[in-house]
Design a protein around this ligand. Structure first.
Ligand code: CMX
Length: 424
């Protein structure tokens, strides 16, 4: 961690000065107007705080520290974490240093497994994952150092230490929950010769003879890492961390939001939807049959999972990366074939339906079909994979928020009566 920490130590004072100057020069300028409809609709489109790790353009999708996602799909998850934090890719030594930190801390404490074993056998894997993270809160360096009177300018370092220790454990935790929850047999220990994604694949015990599943998981963990600051999980963790709750509390809070079907759980919903189509049509339907199937679902008041987005107005580049991976590596597979066909059919259906502002696929539309192909078939596990990756974004945002001394989050709510009497 020394090399990463040193780079941040170099950058933080410069950025602090830069932001101070920005506030001095432009502090009184307006960045957003909020109307009554926005106040009743999840604050959609309100620009109200800063997140520099990544941004989401309606027309281009995710941009990580100025790099459009599709330009960097070949980098490792460890590299994207370094990029989120520092704005540049690590050199060889920096990457090795970070990977060795991840290896040093990859063992999950035994009490966590005991807690998980005591949970009901049919617990949702996300409940197990979030409970496990929260149960490790006592390990927090930030909490210990805060209690000892740590000065404010060192908060970010303690957050980073917690973040790395937590991230190091997530592949072991995720794979352990997979084996425990789905009766796959004994736990498999991590291997210090493997990278972060490789260790996850190894510990699931799933077969990966040609290494393609490993490649998929590198891509998967890279693509889900961050999506600016206003999505439910990022904003929840940002708000909780702003109260100086440590990263274990704040990440767990964010991931509880990710567990919602309109957010990260959509990947589980999406594969369920695709498998239902396969079962209903005994394989690949025709375009006409698929279109009718989607209309039926919409007419029953249900959403098409994996389609639509609060910010994007184009096919999500994360979807594009997955569909490209599938087209390259997967041939003659009904489940992937249905995902491919949905991409031809659903945007037209949603446009005609006329409600969704964005008729295009989001990240969740394709990922499940790929995991399914490589033998990870338990789809209520999928959001755990999203969580492993998204923790990198939450931690990176937290490190910078504490480095810049961002205060506790406290927007002002208003009452409906206030609107009635104050807005003409
Ligand atoms: N299918 C059917 N209807 C949809 C739809 C979809 N895929 N996407 C949006 N709509 C509907 C909304 O439900 C809303 O209907 P009401 O007016 O009746 O409430 C209307 O279109 C307008 O919604 P919107 O402004 O376009 O979308 P929102 O910002 O409110 O919601 C999202 C965004 C993602 C929750 C929504 O598109 C959706 O429910 N998609 C399906 C679930 C999904 O794939 N979620 C994963 C998102 C990825 C992530 O986790 O970040």
């Amino acid at each position: 961690m020394d090399l990463l920490k040193n780079e941040l130590k170099r950058q933080i004072p410069e950025t602090q000065d830069d932001i101070k100057k920005l506030i001095q020069e432009k502090g009184n300028q307006k960045i957003s107007d909020v109307n009554v409809a926005q106040a009743f609709s999840g604050m959609r489109g309100v620009k109200a705080f800063v997140c520099d790790t990544s941004s989401v353009s309606a027309e281009k999708g995710l941009i990580i520290r100025g790099k459009p996602l599709l330009d960097i799909i070949n980098i490792l998850p460890e590299e994207v974490f370094f990029l989120l934090l520092t704005g540049r890719l690590p050199n060889k030594n920096e990457l090795k240093d970070l990977q060795s930190d991840f290896c040093q801390d990859f063992m999950v404490p035994e009490y966590v497994w005991d807690i998980l074993k005591a949970m009901p056998q049919d617990s949702h894997p996300m409940t197990m994952f979030n409970t496990a993270i929260l149960s490790m809160q006592g390990e927090s360096v930030f909490r210990k150092r805060y209690d000892e009177g740590m000065p404010k300018n060192e908060y970010w370092e303690a957050i980073l230490e917690d973040g790395i220790q937590l991230l190091a454990k997530l592949p072991s935790l995720g794979a352990g929950i997979y084996r425990m929850r789905f009766n796959k047999g004994e736990m498999i220990l991590p291997d210090s010769n493997k990278d972060w994604a490789g260790n996850f694949v190894h510990m699931t015990g799933l077969s990966d003879q040609n290494g393609d599943f490993h490649k998929l998981m590198q891509l998967y963990f890279m693509l889900h890492c961050d999506h600016e600051g206003g999505n439910v999980s990022a904003f929840a963790s940002h708000t909780v961390a702003s109260a100086l709750s440590d990263p274990y509390y704040a990440v767990s809070a964010g991931l509880n939001g990710l567990a919602g079907p309109l957010h990260g759980l959509a990947n589980q919903e999406c594969l369920k939807f695709v498998l239902n189509i396969r079962d209903e049509f005994n394989g690949l339907p025709t375009e006409k049959e698929l279109s009718e199937y989607c209309w039926n679902r919409l007419n029953n008041g249900r959403v098409i999972p994996g389609y639509g987005h609060a910010v994007l107005r184009c096919p999500d580049p994360r979807f594009t990366a997955f569909i490209n991976f599938g087209q390259k590596h997967i041939k003659n597979d009904d489940v992937f074939g249905i995902v491919d066909l949905l991409f031809d059919v659903v945007p037209g259906v949603l446009k005609e339906h006329g409600k969704a502002k964005n008729p295009w696929p989001n990240v969740d539309a394709a990922s499940g079909s790929l995991l399914y192909y490589y033998g990870l078939k338990e789809f209520n596990f999928y959001t755990v994979l999203f969580s492993i990756s998204r923790t990198m974004g939450m931690i990176s945002q937290m490190v910078w928020e504490r480095a810049l001394g961002i205060p506790i989050t406290r927007p002002k709510s208003i009452t409906s009566d206030w609107i009635k009497s104050n807005i003409r």
